[in-house]
Design a protein around this ligand. Sequence first.
Ligand SMILES: [Zn+2]
Length: 207
Amino acid sequence: MAGHLELLTHSMVSLARGRNLDTIIGSQTINSFLPLKSDLELTSYGLYAIELVDQFTAEHIEDYPLFQLLLEILHCLCRGGDNELTLRYFELHLLNEVGYRPQLQQCVSCHQALEPVTNAFCSAAGGMLCPLCSQSQPLIQPISVNTLKVLRFLQSSDYDTAAKLKMDPELSHQLEIVMRDYLKYLLEREVKSAAWLDSLRGAVLPT
Ligand SMILES: [Zn+2]
């Protein structure tokens, strides 16, 4: 049954309850996500998504919407497209599900609506700070008007709408920095697969 239980495989598994450990008595593959297993970069994207789910959830607590989101993202990665955009969409929607939705509409400190100027994201505060409130905060990321627009759009769109967005590499990089910093803050450590993604990029795409 080992093939049905590989990472990046969606399987239906039958378990016999044991006193300490359960025993797998049957399994059936629903989707083996083959494209993710035949391309190292796609493998790393898939593992990254799975690791985030693993890190943000507790064992034995069912979260069906999050499971559906994970499946959707694995399907999207298989179909191809802008994979970075897919991951940013996934991160923002995962945060919605697990209760860490970042506040992007108003300043988290003074609660004023944000002006169309360069504002800042503060991971410790869980959202955006206006220029005045961000002056007293050392650990912030400046956020351009355009980056904020895209973050809001990804946070509130379904995947098909979000996937129509065209991002240039600079914008894509900005989004990755903001999300990586926030996730790292929340998890209080580097996401292992993200570090792997970086080392893979260094090996495959030297910059
Ligand atoms: Zn403020």
